[in-house]
Design a protein. Structure first.
Ligand SMILES: Cc1cc2nc3c(=O)[nH]c(=O)nc-3n(C[C@H](O)[C@H](O)[C@H](O)COP(=O)(O)OP(=O)(O)OC[C@H]3O[C@@H](n4cnc5c(N)ncnc54)[C@H](O)[C@@H]3O)c2cc1C
Length: 356
């Protein structure tokens, strides 16, 4: 197990605290009581028990790409470093079960499978973060969600270190939602996932200009999962800022899902408003469009702003405070509710506390 190895020496928090600045893609300074990176599930269990004995709180993080960290986290922070991957083909070789541990980078998993010709996860290429965090908000992109391919997952209780498997139904997946944002929030560590993939060609190219990109790349040949993944990467790279260059946590707000009657009334006033009817009859709106209509795309407020290509992405230019970002998020929410009567819900998880 690697111990409290990340940077020390920032001003706030007790002397023995550790910096989490490198652990969140927004890049805000934050500190926690202590930190560990267990390199096996058994080492994680030992750490859970030690934290319990010390009567401290334990928070699990992954790549920090869906987090807004407040300056002080009064907790032990654990980042799983176990990342084993096994692909077990079925007897006829036409499908496979993928066993992957929490610490593996999600994008690495997608590219390993796509380059070996397995279909399933290719539309989810380039989503930052770790496999253990993927079920938390049921990651999704380009018409595919994790839940479409998850068979089951294993969780470890943060109370007593015991492990159990949960079926897909038990995870209560929804749009950017699961039981891990509700009843089980911060109560379990997701240790490993089992996913299904197939050799049967199942390209899903109905979003953006994936069809054009893939057909250009294949020049008449049938598409491959790798060609689809590369088309997704090219599309995303054009639209989304790279967190290594510009601090961000991806989409800052969920696309609101509203009753059909409310959307009809809005369409009377805004006929051009993009809207997507869902299987249950509700209608999803594009939060980015609503924000753009409020004239906020590309605005800058000191050290933070709204990305000029993508109104859903709040960015940190560096050197700022998390309070600036939260003030901008409140400004966006107020503008959208005033103009459209629609309340936006924040997507990244808020962790920690402001100093007294
Ligand atoms: C540029 C960019 C693009 C993005 N695009 C997309 C996208 O297209 N679709 C999408 O769905 N998301 C997207 N995201 C959001 C983010 O990448 C995903 O939500 C990702 O799954 C977060 O993984 P992480 O390891 O960084 O989690 P973290 O941010 O570290 O953690 C997120 C939450 O999960 C919890 N958690 C983390 N690991 C575990 C674990 N092993 N067990 C229990 N709890 C855990 C944490 O406590 C926290 O509450 C994007 C983010 C960025 C920065």
């Amino acid at each position: 197990m690697r111990g409290a190895s990340i940077g020390r020496g920032e001003p706030s928090g007790p002397a023995s605290s550790v910096s989490l600045a490198a652990c969140n893609t927004l890049g805000f300074a934050a500190r926690a009581r202590s930190f560990s990176e267990p390199d096996s599930i058994e080492a994680a269990r030992q750490q859970v028990l030690a934290v319990q004995t010390a009567n401290e709180r334990l928070i699990v993080i992954g790549g920090g790409s869906n987090l807004v960290l407040l300056p002080w986290l009064d907790a032990h922070v654990m980042r799983p470093a176990f990342d084993a991957l096994t692909i077990v083909p079925s007897q006829d070789g036409l499908s496979a079960t993928v066993h992957v541990e929490a610490g593996r980078r999600w994008h690495d998993l997608v590219m390993t499978l796509a380059s070996q010709g397995w279909w399933g996860l290719e539309n989810l290429a380039l989503i930052p973060g770790c496999c253990g965090a993927a079920p938390i908000q049921n990651i999704g992109a380009y018409g595919v969600e994790l839940a479409d391919h998850l068979l089951r997952l294993e969780v470890m209780s943060l109370e007593d270190g015991s492990c159990r498997w949960m079926s897909r139904d038990e995870c209560q997946f929804g749009y950017r939602d699961s039981i891990f944002k509700g009843a089980l929030e911060h109560r379990v560590l997701i240790t490993r996932l089992e996913l299904s993939v197939t050799r049967e060609a199942t390209p899903r190219l109905g979003y953006g200009d994936l069809v054009r990109r893939v057909s250009d790349a294949m020049s008449g040949e049938l598409p491959t999962p790798l060609a689809v993944a590369n088309a997704v990467i090219a599309t995303r790279s054009e639209k989304l800022p790279d967190p290594a260059v510009l601090g961000n946590a991806g989409s800052f707000f969920k696309n609101p899902q509203l009753p059909a009657g409310q959307v009809e009334a809005l369409l009377q006033r805004y006929p051009a408003m993009p809207h997507f009817v869902q299987a249950d009859g509700s209608v999803k709106l594009a939060a980015g469009w609503l924000i753009d209509q409020c004239g906020l795309k590309g605005v800058r407020r000191d050290h933070v702003g709204i990305h000029s290509q993508q109104a859903l992405v709040l960015v940190h230019f560096g050197g700022g405070q998390v309070s600036e970002l939260l003030a901008l998020a409140a400004e966006v929410r107020d503008a959208v509710v005033t103009r459209f009567g629609v309340t936006l819900e924040q997507e990244p998880r808020l962790l920690g506390a402001m100093p007294d």
